[in-house]
Design a protein around this ligand. Structure first.
Ligand SMILES: Nc1ncnc2c1ncn2[C@@H]1O[C@H](COP(=O)(O)OP(=O)(O)OP(=O)(O)O)[C@@H](O)[C@H]1O
Ligand SMILES: [Mg+2]
Length: 461
């Protein structure tokens, strides 16, 4: 229930209101002067302040101003003298949320107002709570996926976001590392603070140093003024160090020291300043290999990867391909205002079979291109790039790892029928690829000609 602060220079009124509201279950504290109230406001967070306009030594308006300064969301109720309209208007002009007139009905009116405010506070809290819960269920706004691997990732993001521990995100190119870094920032306590990104691979060493740590006037030719670095700019927030695997060894040493001491020294300066920054780093390199080959410092690696997050390649979670493809289709058809609203089953099969070395980014680009080229209503094989349209799954997929198989649906499934469906599909595929020559098709499936004939008859292929 709401937390109240009652302020009146008449002790008896304080006591009366305290008793009244305590009986209703609120937490109540009192103060008999504006000064005492301000001290309370420094120490405590109140939901509602009820104050008399006329206090012995200062005005309730001073207290009002102070309250809105230190605690803007606090609801402020001013008690004004009977019939004094001018006071009432002043109160509202000063930002009071309500005024209540002194008189017989004072406590009754205050009770009503406080009850309303308390109700709306509860609704607000509930709405916030529900929104957070809903987000947990539906994953993260713009990160799409429903495979077990992605659900585990959502869970992990929700767990690490509220903390400030460093995170190291690894994964192949296009797997969504930047997306995940942003999500961690946005789900965390620092959501309202800056999220600053830098691609460490895109700068020569000296430039990267002054970008990250800033410089002072005269540090080098061209340094005509003091310049803040990204570490200082991200103070209180998150700094995303992308492509950390491309950072030079010298810079790695400097970064290590900053992480260790939480202080940065601008180029050319002798002074260090403290920074409070959550660091999230990402790389598509295998840092263990980089360490083994002397290109990445082991001490920095351990500093950065307090919480390691590895993003699975798209081919390790093919179940997500249809969902991703459809959501990209939706986005591009709207953007291009084209009447393409589906994906032809055969085209979808090719998309699911392809091994996506460029991961989600490649899928995104493929769909964009397909939407642009398609003249019909559904995306067909003909608008897919040749390498995808004609993709032959390699050995690795034929000895399919379990990850490549669809998950057992929630409601269960008819396994016999499912397997028959698979047999039928591959029989057909083999026949097509063998150009209708059945002995060749049988060989493709490592079957005897007799078994092939048996199955072909069974499925009417
Ligand atoms: N799970 C996902 N849901 C929706 N879009 C995604 C997903 N994963 C990646 N994308 C999209 O794919 C593209 C690549 O993602 P991102 O830039 O985060 O990848 P990356 O891992 O940082 O790649 P690189 O290593 O090449 O920088 C972006 O357009 C992003 O929006
Ligand atoms: Mg990236």
């Amino acid at each position: 229930m709401a937390h109240l602060l009652v302020v009146d220079d008449q002790k008896s009124i304080c006591e009366l209101l305290e008793i009244t509201f305590r009986k209703e279950g609120y937490r109540v504290e009192t103060a008999t002067s504006a000064e005492a109230a301000m001290r309370r406001l420094q120490a405590q967070i109140y939901d509602i302040v009820i104050s008399d306009l006329r206090l012995a030594e200062s005005s309730g308006l001073d207290l009002l101003k102070y309250t809105k300064e230190v605690s803007p969301s606090c609801f402020f109720i001013l008690i004004t003298a009977v019939g004094d309209y001018e006071d009432a208007i002043t109160a509202l002009n000063y930002g009071a949320d309500r005024y209540v007139r002194k008189g017989d009905k004072l406590t009754e009116e205050l009770r009503q107002v406080v009850r309303q405010v308390d109700e709306s506070l509860k609704l607000k809290k509930e709405a916030g709570y529900l929104r957070r819960e809903l987000r947990k269920l539906t994953g993260l706004d713009n990160i799409i996926g429903q495979s077990a691997k992605m659900r585990a990732l959502f869970e992990l993001i929700h767990t690490v976001a509220p903390q400030t521990s460093r995170v190291l995100i690894t994964g192949e190119s296009g797997t969504g590392k930047e997306l995940v870094a942003r999500a961690i920032h946005e789900k965390g306590a620092r959501a309202q603070t800056p999220f600053i990104t830098i691609n460490c691979g895109a700068f020569p060493e000296t430039l990267l140093e002054s970008e990250l740590f800033g410089y002072v006037k005269g540090a080098f030719t061209g340094a005509n003024e003091n310049r803040q670095g990204l570490f200082q700019a991200a103070h209180g927030g998150t700094l995303f160090l992308d492509e950390i695997g491309n950072m030079s060894l010298t810079m790695q040493v400097k970064l290590y020291r900053v992480l260790q001491e939480r202080k940065v020294r601008p180029v050319g300066s002798t002074e260090e300043s403290e920074v409070d920054v959550r660091v999230i780093a990402a790389t598509n390199k295998n840092l263990e290999t980089e360490i083994a080959e002397g290109r990445f410092r082991e001490d920095l690696f351990y500093r950065l990867s307090v919480i390691p997050i590895h993003l699975p390649a798209l081919r390790e979670r093919r179940e997500d391909i249809p969902l991703l493809a459809r959501s990209f289709l939706d986005r591009f058809r709207k953007a291009m205002e084209k009447p393409v609203d589906g994906i032809d089953p055969e085209a979808l099969r090719r998309l699911e079979a392809y091994d996506w070395p460029g991961n989600v980014r490649e899928l995104e680009n493929t769909i964009e291109r397909a939407v642009a080229l398609e003249t019909g209503r559904t995306i067909s094989v003909s608008v897919l790039p040749e390498k995808i349209a004609s993709f032959v799954p390699g050995q690795a997929v034929r000895t399919a790892s379990e990850a490549a198989w669809p998950e057992l649906p929630q409601e269960g499934m008819d396994l016999g029928q499912h397997i028959q469906g698979i047999e039928r599909k591959y029989l057909q595929d083999a026949l097509v690829r063998a150009g209708g020559v059945r002995t060749k098709a049988a060989a493709l499936l490592r079957m005897s000609y007799r078994s092939f004939k048996h199955y072909a008859k069974k499925y009417g292929v």
